[in-house]
Design a protein around this ligand. Sequence first.
Ligand SMILES: [Zn+2]
Length: 270
Amino acid sequence: MARPAIFFLLFVVTNASLVLLYPFTLSRFLLVALIYAAGTLLILYLLFHPRNQWLVANRSRVDGEGCVALTFDDGPDPVDTPKLLDLLREKGVKATFFVVGKRADQYPDIVRRAWAEGHLVANHTWSHHALFCFLMPGCLRAEIERGTESVRRCCGFRPHFFRSPVGLRHPLLGPYLKDAGLEYVSWSIRTRDTLTANSSVLAQRILGKAASGDIILLHDHLPAGADVMLEALPRVIDELRERGFEFVLAGAREDVSDRTLEPASCEPAR
Ligand SMILES: [Zn+2]
């Protein structure tokens, strides 16, 4: 717990530096501005950078020469995830789905189908809370554990892999993931599919960046639908295959635990 404590100390010192402004002089102001800006930038980096290792150890690449991993966050979606699963089956590609627990409870058959067709199912928290990095400790633990329980209800195992909403960190995320037996998986290519309205632009962006070992972040549930991603994906898959890339999962399916559990009936999402 040393790093969470150091983080909290950094937060306190950064904000407490404001008391040095009194009595006000220009030199004091410059000193406080320097301390406050440096502390704030460091805090923002630690909380928001998707690949920083300091608060939570994480992987953003896969092993194996010529391997890339497609990952889909925020589903399942009742319309777009089945379309995506059809496409992946047609192309013979396996992918990793970071599912939101309360959506998984709404559409458990889709999650079960993803697992049954050889994909990897992972925990993307219970509710995909927008202020994930500011959650109180009890809420953070509940977001993690309820996400895991949702996957267990759908598929009959506890997931081993986890990704937080928008890659946000939390000072206590590292120790809580360890307690829950979860490993954090980040990404190396942010496709910005959530902001892109043109499938050619999206495909070109991915194809222009893709390299061996990349973990590619995409979304199978978006407020306006995932049509752009679904249109771009066949070209991305075909062209990467032509370049000799192989599509792999972001982690091993064997790493899930308690696989003998029977899927339970889902509780209604709240
Ligand atoms: Zn997400």
